[in-house]
Every structure is written in C-alpha cells, then in structure tokens.
Design a protein around this ligand. Structure first.
Ligand code: CO
Length: 289
C-alpha cells in the first residue's frame, strides 16, 4: 500500500450538528439504521439516503431484499462483512462480500434483488443513495462490482488506512468518479491518536459517519454510530479529524445538484408527474426494459 503525505488545508470545517440514525427495517424485514433520512436530503444534496446494517443475528438480515425497482439515482453498497448476491433485470449478477463495493446506476429503471448468501455470522455494511442530475435520470442502467482488492487504497504517514471508493484523496483516484456530483466516498481506519486531513471544496455538502471508535472533528467529539454534518463554512477548505480510539469512519462529500427532489419509495425524480410515470411504467412492466 502506498504511503502518502497528509493533505494540507488552511481551515477545517466545523460540525454543524450530530445525527443519530433511526432504527427501521426494509426489504423483506432486514433490520437497519437509516443514518441519512428523507428530511436531510436537501441539506446533504446530492445524497438521498445512507443505511447502516450490522448484525450477527441471522433473523435480522436473512430475508434480504427480494425483487424491487429503482429509478432516477445510483446505489452504492459497501459490504464490510458478509456475503450478498445481487441480480438485476439488466442481466447483471454479482456476489458482494467482505470489503467489496457494488455501484449501480439505476437510471431509467432497474429491478433487482439483494439476497444474503449466509445463514449465520456477521453481516455488516452500508448502502448510500446518490442522486442523478435531471438530465441523467433516465440514462441507461450501469453496474459494477469491485472486490476489496480492486478498491484503491493508501496509508498516511500517521498510519491511517484509506479506501477510496469514489472521488480522489491524497492524489489517489477512487474506484468510481462522477462529473456532475463529484462524490467523495472514503472509508477510514484510524489508529488511536492519529489525525486525518482531507481537502474539500467549500460548496460541497459533507458528512462523517463513525461506525467504530470515536473522533474529534474541530472541537466536537463524535461518538460511535453518529453522523456529523460538516458546516459549509465559506472560508474552510477541508476537514480534519483526530481519532480518540481505534476508529472506522466514512467520509462522504459531493457537489449539490440544487434541483427539486421528488421521492416515492425507490423512485427519486424531480417532479410528481415523473413519479406517477415511474409507478405507471413499473405497473405496466416497462420500467426496466
Ligand atoms: Co435496491
């Protein structure tokens, strides 16, 4: 793994607020924590949802997510531990496991299933929903699986291990880049006491989700299982964090689309009329052809 010197920034963003996720279930009864909920979609534009799942009780995940549709955005599934099989209407099939990422652009429409391939043991990971600009909402579906080995990684001089799922960090380009929303998606493993700095454009919305350990961002301690929404301070050019313990966290940022958001379940469009159309197409069997 290449060692990279720290990115230098002049002023770090402050924390605007801490968010505790909401326990919920989705699919055929998978227990999960919705960290980024619908009321935060405008604030965290272009991100629409972040779900965290993590359980070693098979009952919490075994039913999986049988066939369901999506239109108008992208889903990014990051599997920390466990095995899940994906199949979709475009003929794609893949096994997502330990440390792998599945990036799916639903575009004009995909019907897919996500089914656990284990009957016991830990299943842990995240699903992030990234919006598409209006002009791309009906684009052709796209899909790619990345195994853990295929994801770009580096380590900082302070020993922070960084997986670059999307965007660019310390000169390392991630597995996926997107022009319109310029998403940055980093998984950080910080040893206790280590600090990490990342340059961020001031106008991009950004948040950190601590899933193990604890961090201090500016003056704000961030306990485990909390999302810290970073303020868009006009004179700040990045984020700086210090780990209070061995810590794992996601750092996610992107350029807001500033377009209307109309969501009905798995369809995210710009207007109600487009939502009606998505529902009609799904009922008519023409959503994903
Ligand atoms: Co889905």
């Amino acid at each position: 793994m290449s060692v990279r010197p720290a990115e230098s920034i002049t002023r770090a963003r402050s924390v605007e607020r801490l968010v505790t996720g909401q326990a919920t279930s989705d699919g055929a009864g998978v227990k999960l924590t919705r960290v980024l909920t619908q009321p935060l979609q405008r604030r965290l534009d272009p991100f629409l949802m972040l779900d965290a799942f993590g359980s070693d009780r098979a009952d919490d995940y075994i039913a999986g997510f049988p066939d369901h549709p999506h239109r108008g955005f992208e889903t990014v599934t990051y599997m920390i531990a466990g095995r899940m099989r994906h199949r979709d209407s475009a003929g794609h099939e893949g096994l997502l496991e330990n440390g792998g990422v599945q990036w799916m652009t639903a575009g004009r429409g995909v019907i897919h299933s996500e089914i656990p391939q284990q009957e016991e043991g830990l299943m842990e990971g995240f699903q992030l929903w990234l919006n598409l600009p209006a002009r791309d909402k009906l684009c052709a579906p796209w899909y790619r699986d990345f195994t853990a080995d295929e994801l770009p990684r580096f380590v900082t001089e302070e020993g922070v291990e960084v997986t670059v799922i999307a965007g660019e960090s310390h000169g390392v380009v991630g597995a996926v880049t997107r022009e319109s929303t310029a998403p940055l998606y980093l998984d950080l493993q910080l040893p206790a006491g280590a600090s990490f700095t990342q340059a961020l454009p001031a106008g991009h919305n950004a948040f950190v989700y601590v899933y193990r350990g604890e961090l201090t961002l500016g003056d704000t301690p961030v306990p485990p299982k909390r999302m810290a929404i970073l303020a868009n301070d006009a004179d700040s050019d990045g984020v700086r964090m210090v780990a209070g313990a061995d810590t794992r966290a996601l750092l996610i940022a992107g350029r807001p689309l500033n377009e209307p958001i109309a969501q009905y379940g798995p369809f995210v469009m710009n207007t109600e009329q487009e939502i009606y159309q998505a529902v009609a197409d799904y009922r008519a069997g023409t959503l994903a052809v």
